[in-house]
Design a protein around this ligand. Sequence first.
Ligand SMILES: Cc1cc2nc3c(=O)[nH]c(=O)nc-3n(C[C@H](O)[C@H](O)[C@H](O)COP(=O)(O)OP(=O)(O)OC[C@H]3O[C@@H](n4cnc5c(N)ncnc54)[C@H](O)[C@@H]3O)c2cc1C
Length: 422
Amino acid sequence: MSSPIVLIIGCGVAGPVMALFLKRKGYRPIVFEKVQALGDAGASLMLMPNGMKVLGLLDSHISSALQSEFQTLTGYWHGTSTGEALADSTLPATFPSKYTQPALGIKRTYLNLRLKNMLLDDGIEVREGWELTRIEEKSDSVIATFSNNCSATGSFLIGCDGIKAASRRAMLEMQGIHEGAPTFTGLVQMAGISQTPVSALGPRGSSMCNWYGQGVHAIAYPVSRTHTSWAVTLPEGQEMQETWLVAGKAELEERRTMLDKRLGGEFEPAVLELVRVAERILAFGLFDRVELDSDQWFSRRCVLVGDAAHPTSPHLGQGANQALEDCYHLNQLIPTLVPDCAGYKESLSKIESGLFKIFRVYAETRQPRTAKLVKEARRLGEQRVVVAGPELCRKRNASIAAAWADPGAVAQGFDQLLREPF
Ligand SMILES: Cc1cc2nc3c(=O)[nH]c(=O)nc-3n(C[C@H](O)[C@H](O)[C@H](O)COP(=O)(O)OP(=O)(O)OC[C@H]3O[C@@H](n4cnc5c(N)ncnc54)[C@H](O)[C@@H]3O)c2cc1C
């Protein structure tokens, strides 16, 4: 008897991880990715111990490979735009002993390609250039249709297609809901990876640094011994589409000049230097979406995972980590199938009848936590950037210093986040 086919939409973070888990449980996942050839994909990500723990379950090598390729985070530094410290913490240095995994700044492309290669090594089919357009649920199967006019039939479908998920749109439409485009948060980011300005940053070079200015925020963290990933967030009235296209030389210089003008005179030299030496500067709008109720995360044969279920603005650095937590929980609920065993047929029919319940328990477990974090990310974005004028900035800075003043309370706050999902 052949293994049940699981259609997985999206080969970003959640898609390949779900596929790898399910293959090991006796299913036949097929991953569909709209991009023709996965490659250069944005700048970087901060993987936290909660996400790293899930990656570690796939194979101990991925976690050690990430740690040898990238740089473990050892501190958090918060300061004014001119470099006056508001808070300085070595908490991340304790993560490996406390949570078995570090916080790690990584290049997004590296993670995407590594996960894709793990799929290929495990014999999992990856169909690139397949963009989901439609889903049709039957009593015994689900049919996905793609923009190349091809379709695929599976036992169930997992939508891991990110903030603009077509799986989410199709599932909501099945429930009679027509959702619009993602909501522009009114903030844009310009980001790059630059050679670390060692003398200007000093010991802060291995920390995540946040600089708070007047209506502008900058963040930087190491992604290797020599390089630092950075991003500047600014308010912007006009919606800027999310794009990871790398700017040409003229556009790069235009962005550099604009940032230099905007930050010069207010920001300390380390930030200006990061912008000055960047080999490329990405620019994109920040979006999120209206929160879904847990019963909107699934249907009879489809379920959403990661950004497709709970898209977030990036200010908390938890989007990918929460996508990984989703994978862990959904995988825990899906039963293992042992081929060639006497009860195989029976376990298959159990899955058929139990799918809806599995999806419901997963969604009810995950929705409250992710909804809270999406709201917190939105709040942080506003605190960082929307504050303008000296008095409001002074108050904002005082509240940041107060939030970090008690190391025990800070550690407890992080513990709520990082002790999950196991
Ligand atoms: C600037 C920025 C910085 C961030 N920094 C962090 C961070 O430091 N830490 C963190 O944890 N998170 C961060 N995030 C969030 C994080 O990137 C996302 O939460 C995470 O990538 C979600 O994973 P996912 O698998 O759900 O979706 P994605 O990684 O977005 O993957 C979705 C995949 O689906 C594909 N796809 C889309 N539509 C279709 C379709 N119709 N058919 C087939 N395939 C499709 C896409 O091409 C993509 O490959 C950041 C986000 C941004 C924008």
